[in-house]
Design a protein around this ligand. Structure first.
Ligand SMILES: Nc1ncnc2c1ncn2[C@@H]1O[C@H](COP(=O)(O)OP(=O)(O)OP(=O)(O)O)[C@@H](O)[C@H]1O
Length: 396
């Protein structure tokens, strides 16, 4: 369908021809493709093989029947053709023009366009899909409004991400804070997807909109993925059970049974100690499955932080959104400049928990494969700068 929409984008000769037909209050049935399969269902009409022009298309639409174009819409192959697709192909359309258009598109791999004389609407059919074209002016308006909404959610997302970074460094993240990032991130994704569809239809006229869209969505997808990797409640691994870990043991991404205040009190017990962080047996899941779950949430559900927690596999005690969580550290480590992603991942897997990474010495960091002294220092300095920025942020 994307290719078909590109052919009828505003400014394209084919679109101009279709608009001329609409202005003349006529109808049309246009097949884009003249391969043997298409010709096999054509009867009558006459051969043209003429270069395409919007004027020619509009003139030929005065005749009954269908117009057949070459696959690139650069030539008019035939006109006044009667199409005979199999009557057994299902169609939900009513008029004969539209029924024929849908049947041809469903049975042959070619786009078919109908211009309804009665309704003044242009519809593109491709396979089982159909798309009614929106006038360019309305598309412009729609995209501008959507970009404004996108900008608001992007701002909310940026604020929530900055807050999450500060809380992660302080080790006081709650379920609510994670949801506050994932909710606008998902909304940004959805609005961007809608805009993408309109931009496809706008073709070259959507160039400036695209620049804005790219700027407004930059980095969101990556943060969304990393936040899910940081907090996803994963299924207890075979290795963990072999190592004799307690059934509820969970590092990083785990929900702690106590609130943030209790968690801070426990933090005094020293590095490396079990601080009682416990998984509550959330469903197994990969980050991809979790992201897909978020994508499937209805709008009302998405606005409920509990639904976001569920997508992450977190089971909340009495729906407690203030339950504290510890990130694994993927997102903050991925922010280190010029630091290879696989090495950052290895560090996270080695230490299992951002706080442990932050407390690790340069020597301990060097124990991770691929981390030499220089990289270990980059991690230490980078995380130290984050802590500093956080303190400065608090008191400025
Ligand atoms: N099988 C076909 N092959 C080619 N042209 C067709 C075919 N069926 C219908 N048409 C064209 O469609 C025209 C209008 O038919 P009809 O009014 O039944 O269609 P419709 O789907 O209601 O479209 P509209 O909304 O434009 O009225 C016919 O006069 C003919 O030119």
């Amino acid at each position: 369908m994307a290719e078909a929409l590109a052919l009828v984008a505003p400014g394209k000769p084919l679109r101009e021809g279709l608009e001329r037909i609409l202005q003349a209050k006529r109808g049309a049935l246009v097949v884009i493709g003249d391969d043997p399969k298409v010709l096999g269902i054509c009867t009558g009409g006459f051969l043209l093989d003429a270069e395409f022009s919007p004027q020619r298309l509009a003139e030929l639409a005065k005749m009954d029947g269908a117009i057949i174009l070459s696959a690139d819409a650069g030539r008019i192959a035939r006109a006044n053709v009667h199409l005979m697709p199999s009557p057994t192909i299902p169609t939900t359309e009513t008029g004969t023009r539209h029924r024929t258009a849908e049947r041809v598109a469903r049975s042959l791999e070619v786009p078919v366009i109908s211009v309804s004389q009665a309704m003044g609407v242009v519809t593109v059919y491709r396979g089982a899909d159909r798309h009614a074209l929106v006038p360019a002016g309305r598309l412009h308006e729609r995209v501008s409004q959507a970009l404004q909404t996108l900008e608001r959610f992007r701002h909310r997302f940026d604020v929530a991400v900055a807050a999450l970074s500060a809380l992660e460094v302080e080790d006081t993240v709650t379920v609510r804070d994670v949801a506050a990032v994932l909710q606008p991130a998902e909304l940004v994704r959805r609005i961007a997807e809608e805009i993408e569809a309109s931009l496809l239809e706008l073709g070259a006229e959507g160039r400036l909109f695209r620049l804005q869209l790219d700027e407004l969505t930059e980095g969101v997808e990556e943060v969304r993925r990393l936040v899910v990797r940081d907090y996803l409640q994963e299924k207890r691994t075979e290795a963990a059970s072999a190592a004799g870990m307690d059934g509820h043991e969970q590092v990083g991404g785990g929900r702690r049974p106590e609130g943030p205040r209790e968690a801070r009190r426990r933090a005094g017990r020293g590095a490396g100690q079990d601080d009682g962080r416990g998984s509550v047996g959330g469903p197994p899941g990969t980050p991809e499955a979790s992201l897909a779950k978020l994508e499937r949430l209805g709008l009302d559900e998405l606005l409920d932080p509990r639904a976001v927690a569920e997508a992450l596999g977190l089971e909340l005690d009495h729906g407690d959104l203030d339950a504290s969580l510890e990130p694994r550290g993927y997102r903050l480590l991925h922010r280190l400049p010029r630091f290879p992603e696989p090495i950052a991942d290895r560090i996270v897997e080695h230490f299992a928990g951002l706080q442990r990474i932050m407390r690790a010495s340069v020597e301990e960091l060097e124990e991770v494969g691929g981390v030499g002294q220089a990289r270990a220092k980059t991690v230490k300095d980078g995380l130290a700068r984050l802590v500093e920025a956080n303190i400065l942020g608090r008191y400025s």
